[in-house]
Design a protein around this ligand. Structure first.
Ligand code: ATP
Ligand code: MG
Ligand code: FE
Length: 336
């Protein structure tokens, strides 16, 4: 069965074709990062309008790359939430319209399930059950995953998401949006021991996270220094990355121990972070578990993960696909 996936929950427009026999046939992506950069973050109205502009060209590109004609598609999958309401509506309306025109059913996908399952797109795919560490711009969660659709929340952030913490602290250092990759790069030239930032909830005994205090500490440090030198900025970046990755790794290991599992699966934009991957790989060696990541370009939002999640769920439950036409999106929507 061939599924066309459409992602438009935030600032990436993604389209992909996934076939359950042949795998990922093609995907095309447009990131709006450059457009939102001058505002220091995502502007919802601009995001919606840009999704409208990009969807048809991206659909054409995907079909062409895959060598597929539109009528061959068996179902259209759209991200139904969570995300920006207007942005979600653009992708959902586009998907429903296509499905109606083609006489094919629609599959609504949870964006976080897309992220969560994205490491399964790799050749060396993890086996169930596993612990999932989902670290994105809007979410930081540890989940117990027993199979497709079987997700139990083990812990989550009580305030900011890890990606948000990266973005906010990067902004304080004068780095452009999105700050995650920028702060990671700057950190490579810094000394993490030069500053010490708090690790809230690290020893809380549960699997929750808290990152809101970090930006306050960074702000206080930057203010105290007045005009930090290049070296000091790099040191602050290194200490920030150190604090975030330390807590994420500590809790991921705790979740592995608590559930007695042997596999950790990481996903979401922060999963692209080099320092986090190095730290998790090291912990995996020491505590004897395996860790799986999506390939780098599928860590952040994309259509491939949406087509894939839809395909896997549809294979397990044929009633999942429904007649197109009634467009519904859920800007706030819990996965578990
Ligand atoms: P959600 O999926 O929770 O709705 P989102 O879709 O905005 O949020 P993603 O696209 O998964 O989130 O990831 C974007 C986030 O990942 C941003 O906060 C960005 O700074 C962060 N990020 C991307 N690359 C890196 C990196 N190399 N290091 C750290 N953070 C990164
Ligand atoms: Mg994004
Ligand atoms: Fe996302």
């Amino acid at each position: 069965m061939l599924v066309l996936g459409i992602e438009s929950s935030c600032d990436e427009t993604g389209v992909a074709l996934y076939d359950d026999d042949r795998g990922l046939l093609a995907h095309a992506l447009h990131s709006q990062i450059a457009m939102h950069r001058e505002y220091g973050g995502v502007v919802p109205e601009l995001a919606s309008r840009d999704h409208i502009r990009r969807l048809i060209p991206l659909l054409r590109e995907t079909l062409e790359k895959a060598g597929v004609a539109l009528p061959e598609v068996d179902a259209v999958a759209v991200t139904a939430g969570p995300g920006l309401a207007g942005a979600l509506l653009v992708g959902a309306s586009f998907g429903h319209a296509l499905a109606v025109a083609l006489g094919k059913p629609i599959i609504e996908v949870h964006h976080l399930e897309g992220h969560l399952l994205s490491p399964l797109l790799e050749a060396d795919s993890p086996h169930f059950p596993f612990v999932a560490l989902l670290v994105s711009g809007g979410h930081t969660q540890l989940m117990r995953v027993d199979g497709i659709g079987q997700y139990a929340l083990l812990g989550e952030t009580v305030d900011d998401a890890a990606g948000e913490a990266f973005d906010k602290t990067a902004k304080l250092l004068g780095l452009p949006y999105p700050g995650g990759p920028e702060i990671s790069r700057l950190a490579e030239q810094g000394d993490a021991g030069a500053f010490s930032f708090p690790r809230p909830l690290k020893h809380s005994g549960d699997l929750n996270f808290s990152f809101a205090g970090l930006k306050t500490s960074v702000l206080t440090t930057v203010k105290k220094l007045g005009e930090p030198t290049e070296k000091q900025r790099a040191d602050i970046a290194a200490a920030t990355v150190d604090a975030i990755t330390d807590v994420l790794t500590h809790k991921a290991v705790a979740a592995i121990k608590q559930t007695k599992m042997k596999t950790l699966v990481v996903s979401g934009g922060v999963g692209a972070n080099r320092q986090l991957r190095a730290r998790l790989d090291d912990a995996a060696r020491r505590h004897r578990f395996r860790v799986h990541y999506p390939r780098l370009d599928l860590c952040t939002d994309n259509g491939a993960m949406i087509a894939f999640a839809a395909s896997r769920r549809w294979a397990a439950d044929r009633s999942l696909a429904k007649p197109a036409g009634v467009i519904e999106v859920h800007p706030r929507w819990a996965l578990a």
